[in-house]
Unconditional design. Structure first.
Length: 273
């Protein structure tokens, strides 16, 4: 799909309320902090299934119903829908070359197939939309099951499980918010965009960084599994948001250190009483 060059965002008169954010979790809180009363013509659905390991049909159904309601609202009120999908292994599987948004897709997991199906609902709805395929976002307000808090909890417990060959692409929530800001300002139109660092890291490297900062040497339990390294193309994102990655060194060699130094303390579980 061709992507238009950035342009000035249309402003619809008479809308003075805040961006409408559906949800109250990690992404919702970061969106509220970043945008406040900006982009009142946008409804962001940030209440979906948040773990790639989920297989429960009831959870998938809840997200689908939330999406249908949001689409009806956007159609009735002439709003743009911001929908969060996945750029993880669950969607793209292992990639030999950076995966493009318009390439063939064969999601290897129930989560990936669910997200792809909901993307199709968005595209077929006729509602103006921006679909963001996200890697593993790191930042304030993360929940215990998400990647960095889960690794921190395991490392702190003294034993961490590592799947051989597993990689994860980490993205700072600040860089995600910068990308969203640029996409909405560009008036990108009906588009699906990968938003990631573009540099998947071995999970063991992330564990090393966490352990060094906590000053511990946990036992490591290695499990066999398929080699999983998902790298996605950022060409479309960089066309629409040319300064993505220039504010912070997204994907550079020091990016993991920046993320751990910035967010590790927020990912440490609170002491029990």
């Amino acid at each position: 799909m061709a992507v238009a060059a950035p342009a000035t965002r249309r402003r619809r008169p008479g809308r003075e309320d805040d961006m409408q954010i559906i949800g109250n979790g990690f992404l919702a809180k970061n969106l509220a902090t970043a945008f406040g009363d900006r982009f009142p013509e946008v409804t962001a659905l940030a209440a979906g299934v948040s773990s790639t390991s989920v297989t429960d049909p009831a959870e998938f159904d809840r997200e689908a119903e939330s999406l249908y309601a949001a689409l009806h609202k956007c159609a009735a009120q002439d709003l743009t829908l911001l929908y969060f999908s996945t750029a993880s292994f669950a969607m793209y599987g292992h990639t030999d070359v950076p995966a493009r948004e318009d390439g063939p897709l064969f999601p290897p997991s129930a989560y990936g197939r669910h997200k792809l199906a909901l993307e199709a609902c968005v595209r077929a709805s006729g509602v103006r939309h921006v679909v963001l395929r996200l890697s593993h976002v790191v930042g304030p307000h993360q929940r215990p099951h998400q990647l960095l808090p889960a690794i921190v909890r395991q490392v702190g417990s003294g034993t961490v499980t590592v799947y051989r060959g597993a990689h994860r692409d980490l993205l700072d929530a600040r860089d995600l918010m910068h990308a969203i800001d640029g996409l909405l300002l560009s008036d990108a139109g009906d588009v699906v965009v990968n938003v990631a660092s573009g540099r998947p890291l071995p999970v063991e490297e992330i564990v090393d960084g966490v352990a060094a900062r906590l000053g511990v040497a946990p036992d490591r339990v290695y499990l066999s599994g398929p080699f999983s390294r998902t790298e996605v193309s950022l060409e479309r994102l960089r066309t629409l948001v040319p300064d993505f990655g220039t504010v912070t060194p997204v994907g550079d060699a020091g990016y993991l250190d920046l993320l751990l130094d910035r967010y590790l303390d927020r990912a440490v579980p609170a002491p029990t009483r």
